[in-house]
Design a protein around this ligand. Structure first.
Ligand code: AMP
Ligand code: MG
Length: 423
């Protein structure tokens, strides 16, 4: 499992900025090396292991982009209509090898291979048919309505650089190139558990002081969406011995352990001390809100292997935000994927807001159409880090950068949709 070295998080600043965290992840974490071949169907979400080149041109041959008439441009009158004899017919898939002779046109349909000698296609809507002849208007450019071999992808070109995450579009392209399987990195194995004496399994008997576990379910879905294979290790009580034991066990056979709760500075925050005891922990007080306490460490397993550990805060909203901003980049790096390129889109803000300098803050917002027709971001009325409905009743997160301290209504701020963040 060893993707991390013990000193890979040798960072000891007070509050780590997100940019620095991402840079460290890129520099110090080695992706898993193993790869496997998977069939196209089932490869969605997988990470391309090495550059994939096109084995053929796409399109594979010159063909017509429209239903119409294939001609030789040199036969056309420059100053008026041209009448040509229709000498043949080519439908898509026709295996005929027709040659266009001077003074002739060939009836052709979309996707049919261009006949030899033809270089231009008239759309059928633009011509007049008279018996066995076709009358063509002047003015069409040479090469019109033609799709050239290799104009989409040239044979030999890199279509999927290593680290590409396969989506439906990529799989469609791979099929068009005739590929049937793709070499991808193996799936990451991630262990998940919740911590806290107050946390109980949904459906179980709950006394007055207990809450149902939310984070483990949230995290499992988030991790599986990103292609990881998740092992559910349940809920751990706030006991340093038991936590240490479980962490040590989980380090075997997993690339990453994700926990929630027990990482802040409370007296019952044992995850941090357990990691310090059995592994190496750099307590990342990441400069992010919600979610400042995020622990990141390395737990050694047998024979020199080790697993990475991310200890997320306990509050569910903080879990969500730190997942998309801390766990996701780490997971992508470990999996061999290239860094995410989710671009925040500027939207108009409908509210005033104040924040502390030097930390990045994420505000849960719904998008609404304002009276003037423009889209506006409206803040959820409840912004506590434990308010789960603030995630279910909104569309995404506004990203307020480190140097920002105030936002006035009407300002434009980067918006990240949940769909973009979870992809
Ligand atoms: P902690 O960081 O352990 O002090 O937890 C902070 C808050 O998050 C507390 O109110 C916990 O009850 C809550 N919390 C911790 N774990 C979970 C969980 N798995 N599901 C829902 N809430 C949790
Ligand atoms: Mg706790």
């Amino acid at each position: 499992m060893a993707q991390l070295t013990d000193d890979c998080f040798a960072f000891s600043g007070p509050l780590l900025r997100l940019d620095d965290m991402e840079r460290l992840i890129g520099e110090r974490i080695t992706p898993v090396a193993e790869s496997e071949h998977v069939p196209l169907h089932g490869s969605r979400g997988r990470v391309v292991a090495h550059d994939i080149r096109a084995p053929v041109d796409l399109p594979p041959f010159d063909n017509s982009a429209v239903d119409g008439y294939a001609v030789r441009h040199a036969d056309l009158q420059l100053d008026g209509d041209t009448t040509l004899a229709v000498s043949g017919r080519l439908t898509a898939g026709a295996r005929l090898r027709l040659t266009l002779k001077p003074g002739q046109a060939i009836r052709i349909f979309t996707g049919a291979a261009m006949p030899k000698g033809a270089d231009t296609v008239f759309m059928q809507e633009d011509v007049t048919v008279k018996g066995e002849q076709v009358i063509l208007p002047k003015g069409l450019k040479v090469g019109a309505n033609l799709r050239l071999a290799g104009e989409d992808v040239a044979s030999g070109a890199v279509v999927f650089p290593a680290g590409t995450v396969l989506e439906a579009q990529q799989i469609g392209l791979a099929a068009a190139l005739g590929l049937t399987e793709i070499a991808v990195r193996r799936r990451l194995k991630v262990a998940v558990f919740s911590t806290g004496d107050e946390v109980v399994e949904p459906g179980s008997i709950r006394d007055g002081a207990a809450i149902y576990d939310s984070n483990r379910f949230l995290l499992t879905e988030l991790l599986e969406r990103l292609g990881a294979t998740v092992t559910d290790l349940g809920i751990l009580v706030d006991d340093p011995e038991k936590l240490s034991l479980k962490l040590r066990e989980a380090a075997v056979g997993h690339d990453l352990i994700v926990t929630s709760g027990g990482v802040s500075t409370g007296e019952a925050d044992y995850v941090r001390s357990a990691v310090e005891r059995i592994g190496k922990l750099v307590f990342w007080r990441v400069a992010i809100k919600p979610g400042r306490p995020v622990a990141l460490g390395v737990i050694p397993a047998a024979s020199g292997h080790s697993a990475a550990l991310v200890g997320l805060p306990g509050n569910p909203v903080a879990v969500f935000v730190t997942f998309v901003r801390v766990v996701k980049p780490l997971l992508r790096r470990l999996s061999g994927a290239r860094p995410d390129r989710v671009v925040p889109l500027p939207v108009r803000v409908a509210f005033a807001y104040k924040k502390k300098k030097d930390r990045r803050e994420y505000v849960r917002v719904a998008l609404k159409r304002a009276a003037d027709g423009e889209i506006e971001a409206v803040k959820h009325p409840q912004d506590g880090a434990g308010i789960l409905t603030s995630l279910t009743e909104t569309d995404g997160l506004l990203e307020l950068l480190e140097d920002v301290t105030t936002i006035e209504p009407g300002a434009r701020v980067g918006f990240l949709s949940y769909a973009a963040l979870l992809g």
